[in-house]
Design a protein around this ligand. Structure first.
Ligand code: SF4
Ligand code: MG
Length: 338
C-alpha cells in the first residue's frame, strides 16, 4: 500500500488526517522465476508506483515485500541489500536513464563493479562486458562499448539499459512500460529479447503496460489494476480471452485491435464515454469501479468486493460482486454476466 500526502488547503497542514492520494491499496501478487507477469492498467492506475515500491525506491505505507518468502522491511539491512541487487528496474525512457556524458562501457562497468561482478583483472572485466552486450544482442560488443547514448538508436539504448540491469545478476526485472517510448517497429524485438532472457537466465519479469493486447502476447500471467487496486488476475490467455471483471472488459473493448500482436499499434486506452477513473484522494466507497460500471448493484457502492474465483480456470479471479452468487441472487436476480 502506498498513499502520498497532498496538501490541498492550508487547514490540511494542521489536520490530523491530511488528505492523501491512495495510489496503491492492498496490491498483492507473486513473481516467479521463468515467468512474465503483466500488470495492466490505464495511466494513473498505480502500476508505476507498484514498480517503484518493488524496486524499494520509496517506503511503503503498509504491507511488505518478500524475497523467497522473507520480509525485506529493514532498509539498509542485509536482506534489503540482497533484495535491491536481485530485483532490477528498467525504465520507460532509456535515454533518460542513461547518463549522456558517459559511454556504454562506463555504464556497464559501473553496474558490474557495484554488484561485485567485474572480476579481478582487466581481462575479466572485458569478458564480462562482452557477455552483457552479447546477451542483449549488441554484437560485436566492440562496436558498442565506446559509444555514447546519443550515438545509439532508442532500441539500442533500451538494450544497454537491460544489459546494465543484467550486470547485477538479478533474479527479477521490473520493466515499466519498456517499449512504449520506442518506435513501433522495434517494440517486438525488445519484448522478444526480454522473453528470451526470461528463459535463458530463468528471470522473473514484471511487465508493466497499458496495452492489454501485448500482455496476451508476451506474459504468462496477467493482472489488471484499476484506481490503485487489483481487479482481476489469472493466466494471460484466460484474462484476455475471457475477461471476467467489467473493467477488464472495457479495457479490451476499447483497445484498438485486441488481436494484433504486441505493441505494433500505439495503444492507449480510449475512454468510450463511460467516464473517467475516480479521484484517488477520495476514492468511491465499495468497488472503485462502481461509478462507471454498467452492472453496479447497491452493494457495490458499500462493500469492497473480495477476490472471487471465477471457476473456469484455476487461478482466475476477479474482485467483483458479480461472482458472488449470494449477492447476485439478493440484489440483481438474473444479471450474472456471461
Ligand atoms: Fe461492477 Fe459491482 Fe463488479 Fe464493481 S463489484 S465491477 S461495481 S458489478
Ligand atoms: Mg507509468
Amino acid at each position: 500500500t502506498k498513499h502520498f500526502p497532498v496538501r490541498r488547503k492550508l487547514r490540511d497542514l494542521f489536520s490530523r488526517n491530511p488528505a492523501s492520494v491512495h495510489a496503491v491499496d492492498d496490491v498483492s501478487f507473486e513473481l516467479r522465476r521463468g515467468q512474465v507477469t503483466a500488470l495492466v492498467g490505464e495511466s494513473g492506475s498505480g502500476k508505476s508506483t507498484v514498480a517503484r515500491l518493488l524496486a524499494q525506491l520509496y517506503p511503503r505505507t503498509g504491507g511488505d515485500i518478500l524475497l523467497h518468502g522473507r520480509p525485506t522491511k529493514v532498509r539498509g539491512g542485509r536482506r534489503f541489500r540482497a533484495y535491491v541487487r536481485r530485483v532490477q528496474l528498467i525504465f520507460q525512457d532509456p535515454f533518460a536513464s542513461l547518463n549522456p556524458v558517459h559511454t556504454v562501457r562506463y555504464h556497464l562497468t559501473r553496474a558490474l563493479r557495484i554488484h561485485g561482478n567485474a572480476g579481478k583483472t582487466a581481462a575479466d572485466l572485458e569478458r564480462a562486458l562482452g557477455e552483457l552486450l552479447t546477451r542483449v544482442s549488441l554484437t560485436p560488443p566492440e562496436r558498442y562499448l565506446d559509444k555514447f547514448p546519443h550515438e545509439l538508436s532508442g532500441g539500442q539504448r533500451q538494450r544497454v539499459a537491460i544489459a546494465r540491469a543484467l550486470g547485477a545478476d538479478p533474479e527479477a526485472l521490473l520493466a515499466d512500460e519498456p517499449v512504449s517510448m520506442l518506435d513501433v517497429s522495434i517494440r517486438l524485438g525488445i519484448l522478444n529479447l526480454l522473453r528470451d532472457l526470461k528463459e535463458r537466465l530463468n528471470l522473473a519479469i514484471l511487465y508493466i503496460t497499458h496495452d492489454i493486447a501485448s500482455a496476451r502476447y508476451f506474459a504468462d500471467e496477467t493482472m489488471v489494476m484499476y484506481a490503485g487496486r487489483m481487479v482481476e488476475g489469472g493466466d494471460s490467455e484466460t484474462v484476455t480471452q475471457n475477461p471476467a471483471h467489467p473493467y477488464t472488459r472495457l479495457l479490451i473493448e476499447s483497445a484498438p485491435d485486441p488481436d494484433r500482436i504486441a505493441g505494433i499499434a500505439d495503444a492507449t486506452v480510449k475512454d468510450r464515454g463511460n467516464g473517467e477513473p475516480p479521484s484517488l484522494i477520495k476514492p468511491p466507497a465499495g468497488c472503485r469501479f462502481n461509478p462507471r460500471c454498467p452492472h453496479a448493484m447497491p452493494r457495490c457502492t458499500v462493500d469492497l468486493p473480495p477476490r472471487l474465483e471465477i471457476g473456469d480456470r484455476p487461478g482466475h479471479w476477479a474482485a467483483c460482486w458479480l461472482y458472488d452468487p449470494e449477492t447476485v441472487a439478493k440484489e440483481s436476480p438474473g444479471s450474472l454476466a456471461g
